[in-house]
Design a protein around this ligand. Structure first.
Ligand code: C2E
Ligand code: MG
Ligand code: MG
Ligand code: MG
Length: 291
């Protein structure tokens, strides 16, 4: 009897989850039909030089503020991938980021790259890289203005067509970062084969690095490996002074995390940059909020 109840309970959970995903997919689809994306927006999280603490670039991060509350990208990107909406969603992100970059440049805010996340299904199922270049051209940008982030698994699974596209982007001067480095497949041979320019140390290694010697060892080895390969090394999820100090000692190049800045709306970024891009005054506790 207990077993049968357990089985039914499980069925109900799966059913609810499927309904929820179906609901999200429908809503997402109608947002993508709206000009401007409706409830969707991009936030931008600064990446600062470890030494000068000045902003060098931004990571574009999807935000969905629905009337029922905030829906995290980790939830709906997954749904978009399962329902073939990822192509349109990804296209919206690329276009929005290019448009924003053009707007900032027109305001005189130049020299700040915007990095876009590209998910697995997006990389294999479409001509995403061609479209990226088309938008860069349409908005009068150069390859230095836009970068991309891909996870290890995407890079390893990449077929010859995707590899050729990445090579072409690399040759034209686009920055290509490996996101969440160290959390995917463990093979390193792809580092020899693929055209990338940066490694992003995953937040999971950064969180407890002050207490955990093993996390510290992995971070240090990543910085060393990255530099030996001629790559830039970025740390994500830096939240406190101890983490920052360790990364500085290890000579990590760029720092991204709440300790400096949370992801922010474009208007907040503008205010920050127009104010002179000075290192943040952390003592004031006046960090802009996310979501
Ligand atoms: P990701 O690419 O690894 O992005 C970094 C995540 O870490 C972001 O979460 C960011 O808000 C968060 N983060 C940054 N600094 C800190 C920190 O100091 N502390 C903490 N606790 N978190 C920090 P977010 O925005 O929720 O995005 C989650 C994931 O969703 C991203 O991970 C990325 O895989 C995916 N994603 C977001 N936007 C897009 C997009 O436009 N396209 C695609 N394909 N995926 C996206
Ligand atoms: Mg990323
Ligand atoms: Mg990341
Ligand atoms: Mg991550």
């Amino acid at each position: 009897l207990a077993g049968r109840d357990g089985y039914q309970f499980f069925n109900q959970e799966v059913r609810n989850e499927m309904l929820h995903q179906h609901h999200l997919a429908g809503r997402l689809q109608s947002l993508l039909n709206q000009d401007g994306g409706g409830e969707l927006s991009l936030h931008y999280q600064p990446q600062v030089a470890a030494r000068s603490e000045r902003i060098e670039s931004f990571e574009a991060l999807l935000r969905w503020h629905s009337p029922e509350g905030y829906i995290p990208p980790s939830d709906f990107v997954k749904v978009a991938e399962r329902t073939n909406l990822i192509e349109r969603l990804g296209d919206w992100v690329i276009r929005q980021a290019c448009r924003q970059q053009a707007e900032w440049r027109a305001m005189g805010l130049k020299g700040y790259r915007i990095d876009i996340n590209i998910s697995g299904r997006q990389a294999i199922s479409s001509d995403v890289f061609t479209r990226l270049e088309a938008y860069v051209e349409e908005y009068g940008l150069t390859p230095r203005d836009i970068g991309i982030e891909l996870t290890e698994n995407v890079l390893i699974d990449a077929d010859i067509k995707v590899r050729d596209s990445l090579r072409a982007l690399y040759d034209r001067g686009y920055k290509i970062a490996i996101d969440d480095f160290g959390t995917g497949y463990s093979s390193m041979s792809y580092l020899k084969l693929l055209p990338v320019t940066a490694l992003k140390i995953d937040r999971s290694f950064v969180i407890e690095c002050a207490q955990e010697p093993k996390d510290r060892a992995i971070m240090e080895a990543t910085v060393f490996l990255g530099h030996r390969l001629g790559l830039e090394v970025v740390a994500e999820g830096v939240e406190n002074e101890q983490q920052l100090e360790l990364l500085r000692e290890m000579r990590c190049d760029l720092i991204q995390g709440y300790y400096f800045y949370k992801p922010m709306a474009a208007t907040d970024i503008q205010r920050l940059l127009l104010g002179g891009n000075n290192p943040p005054n952390r003592a004031s506790g006046a960090l802009a909020s996310d979501k």
